[in-house]
Design a protein around this ligand. Structure first.
Ligand SMILES: NC(=O)C1=CN([C@@H]2O[C@H](COP(=O)(O)OP(=O)(O)OC[C@H]3O[C@@H](n4cnc5c(N)ncnc54)[C@H](O)[C@@H]3O)[C@@H](O)[C@H]2O)C=CC1
Ligand SMILES: O=C(O)[C@@H]1CCC=N1
Length: 274
């Protein structure tokens, strides 16, 4: 996989996260090409990672065995139509990371004969701790599926979903999910500073607590409910905090938030064409 040229159209947050993760996994920078309409974004990625950059999307498609479409969902149709003439039967393999854009719509915009893997990664790909779910259209060969999986697995975990619609749920869970944890971290930091800790100490303790909790959750055979119980001494401090969270319907709020993100993904797909 690392000998093939991998192209990115769109040099924003998610492209930067994937490229950073791939390069730290040993993907040669000279085999990564990137295009964007924003030259400052291209300069940033070239400086940070040493990748080759182009202002023309076709230049990336022409050079690549695999192209990752990393533009906003609303821009994807115009980009796909622009590169359609360069997309032949099954080549290059197209990987779309756009939220809420269906494979059938993308295939139509690309001229109707593309091998498409649609996936939903997340920004922790930058530190090789990404979580990605993938789905492929019928035209994608087993070798192309393995290639897409290898690319995403290089920057974290990668799982396949059976039905494409489930990518909306994945988007709501792990695509957007890092932001939910950051929100909780922000709130915890603010609370700690209100209790008198200085900002630096509050941040460090919050970050390490998040990391520690995630690592225990990953390494333990037990689920989060049991791990939580182990922190919660009867009559102690955690119990009081958990009572406040439960009393404030945190679970209902989380359910509503994730359902709202899921609904937005479905709405995007209706707006952008199915
Ligand atoms: N940011 C995130 O956490 C995640 C984002 N995604 C998906 O990734 C895609 C990109 O999102 P971000 O990186 O956050 O957006 P972004 O706004 O940071 O990056 C998009 C880039 O596309 C460029 N662009 C705009 N028009 C273009 C054109 N015609 N040709 C080439 N490049 C063009 C922009 O200049 C920008 O640099 C979206 O479809 C989003 O749904 C998926 C998973 C997570
Ligand atoms: O907020 C968004 O629409 C994108 C998709 C998942 C994360 N960021």
């Amino acid at each position: 996989m690392k000998t093939q040229t991998l192209g990115f159209i769109g040099a924003g947050n998610m492209a930067g996260s994937l490229i950073g993760g791939l390069i730290s996994d040993g993907y040669p920078a000279e085999n990564i090409v990137v295009s964007d309409v924003d030259t400052a974004k291209l300069k940033d990625l070239a400086t940070r990672f040493g990748v080759q950059t182009f202002e023309n999307n076709r230049s990336v498609v022409d050079r690549s065995q695999t192209v990752i479409l990393a533009v906003k969902p609303q821009i994807l149709e115009s980009v796909a139509r622009e590169i359609a003439a360069a997309v032949q039967e099954g080549r290059p393999l197209i990987i779309s990371i756009a939220a809420g854009v269906r494979e059938t719509a993308l295939d139509r915009w690309l001229g109707g004969n593309a091998s498409i893997v649609r996936c939903m990664p997340n920004t922790p790909a930058l530190v090789k701790t990404g979580a990605t779910a993938l789905h492929a259209n019928d035209r994608t060969s087993p070798a192309q599926k393995s290639l897409a999986e290898a690319i995403l697995r290089a920057v974290g975990v990668a799982v396949w979903v059976e039905r494409e619609e489930l990518l909306d749920a994945v988007t709501a869970l792990s695509g957007s999910g890092p932001a939910y944890f950051f929100l909780l971290m922000e709130a915890m930091e603010d609370a700690a500073t209100e209790l008198g800790l200085d900002k630096t100490t509050a941040r460090l303790l919050t970050q390490q607590t998040a990391l520690g909790a995630a690592r225990i959750a990953i390494e333990s055979d037990e689920g989060p409910a049991e791990l939580r119980r182990r922190v919660t001494s009867p009559g102690g401090t955690t119990e009081k905090a958990i009572e406040v969270f439960e009393g404030g319907s945190l679970r209902r709020l989380v359910l509503e938030a994730i359902k709202a993100a899921n609904a937005r993904a479905a709405e995007l797909s209706k707006q952008l064409g199915e």
